[in-house]
Write a protein that binds this ligand. Structure first.
Ligand code: IMP
Length: 191
């Protein structure tokens, strides 16, 4: 397995993805390569922002790397908050983001939503993308103490919210886990 940098500053993402990676898979994080800055996210789609972060790290630090960008897409809101998921209520405050979404959906019956993760791998200067989608519904209130971000209001098919899943269960089924599995399969098949 190649040695790769995971281009993220989000410790929750590092924890989740690390649990899934095989033991012979060596990842470094941004601090290991001396990158202490916010990664650029200036585009209007999850795919482009994911690619932008990976490209920035690959070019600036001359490393093979992967990044990921995730958004929550709500059907009744035409895919909102989507690429704006992190800053939906103005800053990176998960509680405020969830409160804003719950308020917008207060009188809305269609609660269908999906999480979408796009992982971008830059390997030997070539770009690859892997997508993971998980469908669910937006609940009426926050429930659960695990996970992060919108997990407390994302209701799974079995009625639990994502925040009611312990991390080892989340990494079996999540949007990020689906995309990560595709990344691992790809890397396992490299010559
Ligand atoms: P970003 O990919 O770090 O820009 O995250 C976008 C937004 O989605 C942030 O508000 C995150 O907290 C949220 N988010 C990302 N991944 C997850 C997840 O696995 N569960 C719930 N919310 C998430």
């Amino acid at each position: 397995m190649p040695s790769l940098v995971f281009a993220t500053n989000n410790p929750n993402k590092i924890k989740e993805i690390s649990l899934q990676l095989p033991a012979d898979f060596h990842i470094k994080n941004l601090i290991d390569i001396g990158c202490n800055e916010e990664l650029p996210e200036t585009h209007h789609t999850i795919e482009e922002n994911s690619a932008e972060k990976a490209t920035f790290v690959a070019k600036t630090f001359r490393v093979d790397c992967f990044s990921e960008d995730t958004g929550l897409e709500v059907e009744a809101l035409n895919g909102e908050p989507g690429v704006d998921s992190a800053h939906y209520a103005g800053d990176r405050d998960a509680n405020k983001n969830m409160d804003k979404l719950l308020k917008k959906l207060e009188t809305v019956e269609n609660r269908n939503a999906q999480f979408k993760t796009v992982i971008t791998l830059i390997y030997k200067e070539v770009q690859y993308q892997f997508v993971g989608i998980l469908k669910g519904k937006i609940g009426k209130e926050k429930k659960g103490n695990y996970g992060f971000g919108y997990d407390p209001i994302f209701v799974l098919a079995d009625g639990r919210t994502m925040a009611e899943l312990m991390i080892d269960e989340k990494v079996q089924i999540s949007h990020r886990a689906i995309a990560t599995k595709k990344l691992i399969d790809f890397l396992s098949n490299l010559d």
